[in-house]
Ligand binder design. Structure first.
Ligand SMILES: Nc1nc2c(ncn2[C@@H]2O[C@H](COP(=O)(O)OP(=O)(O)OP(=O)(O)O)[C@@H](O)[C@H]2O)c(=O)[nH]1
Length: 313
């Protein structure tokens, strides 16, 4: 039986306690690149958030929904938490803090392949007041660079006497123990009716999802030259027929000199981004997406409040 089948049938095994349907809003916290988006994607079996090797790709609170026989978990993926004076990072941190306080359960993902210095402590301390609603997942355990003992020692140092059954070693990438993490989250979830109909797996707006797909495709090709210097704006979106969505979008860069990098020789790069974005949309939507893609300059967008507010809506 595959892990996904397990998830669907999860809760039917004999050893599970007899409980009513549970529903929880779950915040995912962790350092940039800890594997929060990967966990979300694996747990929901759908591509709901972008995954990239460039840190801090999650700028919005993206919800993914996992339905099982035990109930419904609504995941809120928090942005990377940073100690920085930059406007963007300050906004991201505020969003993350509010989410943590408001959620029923918190999932704190620790990257076992990295050492746990200051940034990790800031995040752990943010979760500390909420220890009763906390599950800790030590991620990337299949990686040869993983040091699980070091991660466990860190947990012990910060959260004295933290219950053992709420520390789970997992590989979000290889879907190892992801079910155990779900199990621990359900154990802390209140009994409540579902928040969303079962057929929903995300409540993200279509335009936001398309912008994220384009940004992922662009970042996959440009991360060496332009890490963090782009955002994607959906200029126009319209359902042309029952099965055709027409989208006009712009990849926005900060400087004129960066435009050429995105466009590429003979427009090769922008064409590639467009074609791959269309392919990625096809996997997610049950209608075709027609994409008109341009590159624009928006000077210093990261310091502009109106752009940030739009991205962080
Ligand atoms: N080896 C290994 N790599 C993983 C695992 N989970 C995630 N990764 C990789 O770690 C990188 C970051 O993963 P993300 O899921 O984007 O991390 P994130 O925490 O959402 O990152 P931000 O959006 O920056 O906060 C990607 O290259 C993933 O493929 C895992 O279980 N094992």
């Amino acid at each position: 039986m595959s892990e996904n089948e397990l998830k669907v049938n999860y809760g039917t095994e004999d050893d599970l306690p007899p409980v009513g349907p549970k529903t929880a809003l779950v915040s995912i916290i962790g350092r940039p690149s800890a594997g929060k988006s990967t966990f979300l994607n694996t747990a929901s079996g759908e591509k709901i958030s972008i995954v990239s090797s460039v840190p801090q790709t999650t700028r919005n609170a993206i919800k993914g929904i996992v339905n099982t026989s035990l109930g419904q978990l609504v995941f809120v993926d928090t942005p990377g938490l940073h100690q920085s004076d930059k406007k963007l990072n300050l906004k991201l941190t505020k969003i993350a803090q509010d989410q943590i306080a408001d959620s029923d359960v918190i999932l704190y993902i620790i990257d076992s392949t990295r050492t746990h210095e200051e940034e990790e402590c800031i995040i752990a301390n943010m979760a500390k007041p909420f220890v009763k609603k906390l599950v800790i997942a030590i991620n990337k355990i299949e990686d040869p660079a993983a040091d699980v003992k070091d991660a466990r020692d860190f947990v012990k140092r910060i959260f004295a006497d933290f219950p053992e059954d709420r520390i789970i070693e997992m590989s979000a990438k290889e879907d190892k123990n992801v079910n155990d993490v779900l199990r621990a989250l359900y154990a802390l979830s209140p009994e409540a009716p579902k928040l969303y109909p079962e057929e929903y797996y995300t409540d993200q707006e279509v335009d936001f999802r398309i912008a994220e797909i384009i940004r992922e495709q662009a970042m996959n090709r440009l991360e060496q030259e332009l890490p963090h210097c782009i955002y994607v704006n959906i200029d126009h979106i319209e359902m042309k027929k029952a099965n055709l969505l027409s989208v006009r979008a712009s990849i926005c860069v900060e400087r004129e000199s960066q435009k050429g990098i995105v466009i590429g020789k003979g427009a090769s790069k922008i064409k590639e981004i467009r074609v791959e974005s269309i392919k990625a949309c096809r996997k997610i939507f049950d209608y075709r997406v027609d994409l008109d893609l341009q590159v624009k300059v928006d000077k210093n967008w990261r310091q502009k409040d109106f752009v940030l507010n739009k991205l962080l809506k």
